[in-house]
Design a protein around this ligand. Sequence first.
Ligand SMILES: *[C@@H]1O[C@H](CO)[C@@H](O)[C@H](O)[C@H]1NC(C)=O
Ligand SMILES: *[C@@H]1O[C@H](CO)[C@@H](O)[C@H](O)[C@H]1NC(C)=O
Ligand SMILES: *[C@@H]1O[C@H](CO)[C@@H](O)[C@H](O)[C@H]1NC(C)=O
Ligand SMILES: CC(=O)N[C@H]1CO[C@H](CO)[C@@H](O)[C@@H]1O
Length: 559
Amino acid sequence: DGSKWRFLEHKGPVFAPLYEPMPDKVKFYYDGKPMKLSAPAEEVATFFAKMLDHEYTTKDIFRKNFFKDWRKEMTSEEKTKITDLNKCNFSEMNEYFKAQSEARKQMSKEEKQKIKEENERLLQEYGFCLMDNHKERIGNFRIEPPGLFRGRGDHPKMGMLKRRIRPEDIIINCSKDSKHPKPPPGTKWKEVRHDNKVTWLASWTENIQGSIKYIMLNPSSRIKGEKDWQKYETARRLKKCVDRIRTQYRDDWKSKEMRIRQRAVALYFIDKLALRAGNEKEEGETADTVGCCSLRVEHIKLYPKMDEQEYVVEFDFLGKDSIRYYNKIPVEKRVRLQHLFHSISSASPICTLFPSFHSRCPLQTSILNKHLQELMDGLTAKVFRTYNASITLQQQLKELASDDSLPAKILSYNRANRAVAILCNHQRAPPKTFEKSMQNLQTKIDEKQNQLSAARKQLKAAKADHKASHDDKSKKAVELKRKAIQRIEEQLMKLQVQATDREENKQIALGTSKLNYLDPRISVAWCKKWDVPIEKIYNKTQREKFAWAIDMAEKDYEF
Ligand SMILES: *[C@@H]1O[C@H](CO)[C@@H](O)[C@H](O)[C@H]1NC(C)=O
Ligand SMILES: *[C@@H]1O[C@H](CO)[C@@H](O)[C@H](O)[C@H]1NC(C)=O
Ligand SMILES: *[C@@H]1O[C@H](CO)[C@@H](O)[C@H](O)[C@H]1NC(C)=O
Ligand SMILES: CC(=O)N[C@H]1CO[C@H](CO)[C@@H](O)[C@@H]1O
């Protein structure tokens, strides 16, 4: 129906800084005599003064246009007095701006950093909008400051005053049901409308040509977030129909056709173990790595009974990036009956596990994926990984939820993340510096512990002191010692949590699953619920990647 969005929320534009009057020592001269200008007239004069070294200010049209518009800003008194632009002397103003621009170049690193931070803050606050489910970068959220129009070539309007854009000039476009942007205090928008046939967020009419200007989305922002979002939406759809798919593959175990039975068993492993599909490009070119579809007989062992469980399959193979996958799971009886135990006992170890219906056409990922497409639009083996990863995260977070201290909460989150990384088999070799850094940490813990017992002794002494003297001073000393102990205990706890986290992380890489498999909306919702700053979970790059999910009002997740 032509609508471009269902929901649009933003903060409106950032206006140019207000005019700051010239310091008194900077004078404007008319006809050789200093003259104090009214603020509006002075502001427009500064636009001319800034351009004094520019050829424009020598051009007749420019001067004529400027003078005409300038006079409009003057008080009647000024108008009577200032009648000839040639008698105006702006040179002190011009010097002042030159000195300012020189000073900007000489700014210290700290001052530059401060400006950078302020710009970053503005970007974070005004530079993004929420369009449907996406957090989108806005292209030009800053409104150009006023000045003199230049135009190209000998534009007949050059020198005219490009007016300051005020909130009263701005038409805001946003959802009726969104938080409407607030105009600066004491001002009003021209209008707030809710037109979802257009994608601009704010518009105004500029005064020189009478053309309409718009604030729009940054065109590059959509694509990436959209793709990421879609991936997790597909995983969410799988959640809704996974029962049907499971019933289907269980039925397929009974099929008369071997290729269908094999396909169903492969799918069962992918679902159950979040295995990669295999037959990926990388395989074969490098090391002998496999995924589910390219598993060979030698990669599994079957145990009719193991540790009190029946029909256990043991997997041991090199997966993507030559990382060993080892796992054992009890399988359902039909899997055993219909396929594995039956064919494997007599097969050669190098036979593929799923030779499928044709000996020269082992079950290819593409065949499996085609079948998955029929089960659900957009379904691939990978979606099972994403689905299981996100649901595992959610379950883990639910179990670990607590009203602990911040470090303990973060440990909980990392543990949930770790459970997923283990599921996805994201192992890593322990970093070379691991032992060393653990030792350093342990030293710190030992120091803290010593500090703690010293503080406890001091408390004991202070208490005895207080018992003897009973005065206020000794009472205060006891209080102070108590507080000190509390502080040290907190620090010690933080270090201990850090050590646990690091130890548990020794052989697990959290980054990959965090970046590629965990629905960021779950993490964001969790952070909101437990008051954990998002920076504790995502670093800057990650926050940019997941901008679409951060700030989203997500109600589907509960912990
Ligand atoms: C403008 O004023 C400055 C002093 O502020 C003076 O040095 C200069 O000669 C003046 N220029 C003209 C053209 O009068
Ligand atoms: C995810 O994988 C785990 C580990 O293999 C499995 O036990 C679990 O059933 C799977 N969960 C879902 C919801 O598919
Ligand atoms: C954020 O973390 C990832 C690992 O997940 C790392 O590769 C990246 O360099 C980090 N970025 C910053 C800005 O710290
Ligand atoms: C409903 C409404 O006001 N729609 C307007 C939105 O803005 C565009 C562009 O300015 C106009 O053409 C529409 O009429």
